[in-house]
Design a protein around this ligand. Structure first.
Ligand code: PRX
Length: 656
């Protein structure tokens, strides 16, 4: 009954309320209320970004805002600053007792960490790192659960000018190993374990397995989180708490050039190993501070802000750590799963802490929709005044549900488009100015020159679809791929030339010039808001001794965004049965991490290929989505497709 009512309500809302003007009260108090900033920024983008850089503390002023030698760009040349200083020291001087993080452990413990306390922890840890031999420019790997020591570790690295490379705690030992080796990290900071759905995630055990094959790692710093007994390697492993409590709390912030590397973060690409996206200090800090201020309209004195992502992804880097701390705001940091111990954990947190701004992903919203409106309805969510979404296109139903049942029908919802590579939000509403359309990320942020173009790179104009492009660099965008600049040039500037950044997304412009993102156009899948390449999963599958060949595609999935479907040809004399299916799923989880585990596996004697031997994933995608097949004229072995189709549809029927 309730469900029926909800569906009817959403249907009615979708029909009746297609656009939402900013609520008057919200708009009158918003940081951005005058739409002339858009014109100002497009008339003088460099001047605009320079004004945003003034939000930061600089040790030395820059002499040049932008040096653009396409496809390379550098910002705020001559300027010197430190990210940790901007996130901590300047707030310690004014609001030392303000809470930086309200931390909530999954089992239920809580800690409030003030700016002063975080500053002290960071200084001590920075001294520990120095003592372990870490200097400016050395890379530090971080593999940790969502505990306050994680942002502290990132900021300690930033304080001494050592770029960090955070690896999501859900990744496997092998993924960690490859990322450490790619960046030749000197030290690893990890924990004994973390909690997820009541279980302990064995981070130290994974770290030990990884570090057995990472020649560059000299020391491993281990935070005690779960208190379990984990083996410590003599001479290599160091107890975090012991070391930090014995270190000095005095550590001056290293003045860094604006273009010095702040961090590396790995993300999936269409081919080859994950790409180490390089972000620098001045431009990145400018981008995250400015967007966090204007898109989330944060008032540090009164807001309780919650970005419910994991710090292991870029969303957490930019909007749990660097943006909110640069702006001196109070955030929630929650360690665990949304359904532990109950499916209303998030709504208890919102009520208990009076959360005012919530930022999450469509996949989470769709999960909450499935769990029903009774759960949020049990809690007082009236403190919420703004909601945000990121990671994949948000369908209008989910947008409306989010606004209605979480936001009480009154809060603006900002759908924010960006990527690991862009570092900060590029397309989003400004909630005090923009009229919202459910399902659209609306318009580019001031200073962002986005367009939609056709195959030749010509603007398609309003009312048409094509490829999303960014026609000018912005300060927060990546500078290169670590150790592989050629790949940077080819991946992002190979399609439309050196001046036009191609993010890999399809997009439509409506008659009002609103941007409607349509998902990836390349071989990268978006599973529950996380990018996974078909190539990575295929490599993991063929790495198994029973597999001769594999092709992987994403199928549109109502909850996850995309579900991974694998087509696998077993080696001769191997039977593709249920046992092998389970073994392969586990194998992929071990090699990459659980997020990459295929949802379905179809065993087949052959794969559809072109005459030159290239697997035609496009046709497999048609099969996976049960669509009519596209152009098959270049196909070498046409009959195999019928066979695959029959198998795939009987598998799908069984799954449903
Ligand atoms: O396809 C777009 C999708 O996520 C990709 C970037 O993934 P990642 O680097 O992991 O960063 C995710 C969080 C910033 C994009 O190329 N994407 C992200 N946000 C949106 C989106 N697609 C549609 N709408 C969004 N708001």
């Amino acid at each position: 009954m309730v469900q029926q009512h909800v569906e009817k309500t959403i249907e009615a809302l979708l029909q009746e309320r297609r656009t939402f003007d900013p609520p008057e009260e919200f708009a009158s108090r918003a940081h951005a209320k005058d739409s002339s900033i858009f014109e100002q920024a497009s008339a003088d983008p460099e001047g605009w970004w320079a004004s945003q850089a003034q939000r930061l503390d600089w040790f030395d002023e820059w002499h040049t805002v932008l040096e653009w030698n396409p496809p390379h760009h550098q910002w705020f040349l001559g300027g010197r600053l430190n990210a940790a200083h901007n996130c901590l020291d300047r707030h310690v001087a004014t609001t030392p007792d303000r809470v930086a993080y309200h931390w909530i452990g999954e089992p239920g413990e809580t800690r409030a960490v003030t700016y002063e306390q975080l500053h002290e922890e960071v200084c001590r840890l920075a001294n520990v790192l120095k003592g372990l031999g870490v200097g400016k420019g050395d890379r530090v790997a971080i593999y940790m659960p969502m505990i306050p020591e994680l942002p502290a570790a990132m900021l300690a690295c930033a304080r001494i000018g050592a770029p960090h490379s955070v690896v999501f705690g859900g990744f496997s030992a092998e993924s960690l190993r490859d990322r450490i080796n790619d960046a030749a990290c000197k030290v690893l900071i990890t924990a004994d374990g973390g909690y997820r759905r009541g279980q302990v995630v064995p981070l130290k055990a994974n770290a030990d397995e990884a570090v057995a094959q990472t020649p560059s790692i000299e020391k491993v710093l281990v935070v005690r989180r779960t208190g379990e007994d984990v083996p410590m390697v003599e001479g290599r492993d160091v107890d975090y708490q012991d070391a930090v409590s014995g270190a000095s709390a005095e550590c001056p912030a290293e003045p860094m050039d604006a273009e010095d590397m702040l961090y590396i973060l790995y993300t999936s690409g269409t081919t080859g190993k994950p790409k180490g996206i390089v972000h620098t200090t001045g431009g990145y800090m400018t981008g995250v501070s400015s967007t966090h201020h204007l898109v989330f309209d944060v008032k540090p004195e009164s807001d309780v802000y919650w970005c419910a992502a994991d710090i292991g992804w870029v969303t957490g880097h930019s909007y749990i750590v660097y943006g909110p701390l640069a702006n001196g705001c109070t955030s929630i940091l929650y360690e665990g799963a949304p359904d532990w111990p109950d499916k209303d954990r998030w709504w208890s947190i919102v009520q208990d802490y009076g959360v005012t701004i919530l930022y999450t992903a469509p996949t989470a919203i769709r999960t909450f929709m499935k769990w029903g409106t009774e759960l949020p309805a049990k809690h007082d969510l009236s403190s919420l005044r703004l909601l945000g979404s990121v990671g994949e296109p948000i369908n209008p139903e989910a947008w409306i549900w989010y606004q209605e049942f979480i936001g009480g029908g009154k809060t603006p919802v900002v759908d924010t488009w960006w990527q690991t590579e862009t570092g900060a939000i590029m397309i989003s509403a400004l909630p005090g100015i923009t009229t919202l359309k459910p399902g659209s990320a609306t318009k580019p942020f001031p200073g962002v020159d986005a367009d939609v173009v056709d195959e030749q790179g010509n603007s398609v104009g309003r009312g048409n679809g094509g490829y999303l492009v960014l026609k000018r660099p912005t300060p927060s965008m990546l500078r290169t791929i670590f150790g592989d600049d050629q790949r940077y040039v080819e991946t992002y500037f190979g399609k439309f030339g050196p001046e036009v950044y191609f993010p890999g997304d399809g997009c439509k412009l409506d008659d009002d010039g609103y941007f409607w993102l349509l998902g990836r156009v390349d071989d990268v899948m978006n599973v529950a808001g996380h990018r996974i390449s078909t190539y990575e999963v295929e490599s993991a599958l063929v790495d198994h001794q029973a597999v001769a060949e594999a092709a992987v595609v994403g199928r549109v999935d109502p909850k996850e965004g995309e579900a991974i479907v694998a087509f696998v040809t077993p080696k001769a004399a191997v039977t593709g049965d249920e046992a092998l299916l389970q073994e392969l799923r586990e194998h992929v989880a071990k090699v990459i991490g659980k997020i990459a585990r295929p949802h379905s596996i179809v065993f087949t004697d052959d794969l559809p290929k072109t005459r030159s031997g290239k697997i035609m994933r496009r046709l497999l995608r048609d099969v996976a989505e049960e669509r009519d097949l596209g152009d098959v004229t270049t196909l070498l072995n046409a009959p195999i497709l019928d066979e695959i189709r029959t198998k795939a549809s009987s598998l799908r029927a069984r799954e449903e």
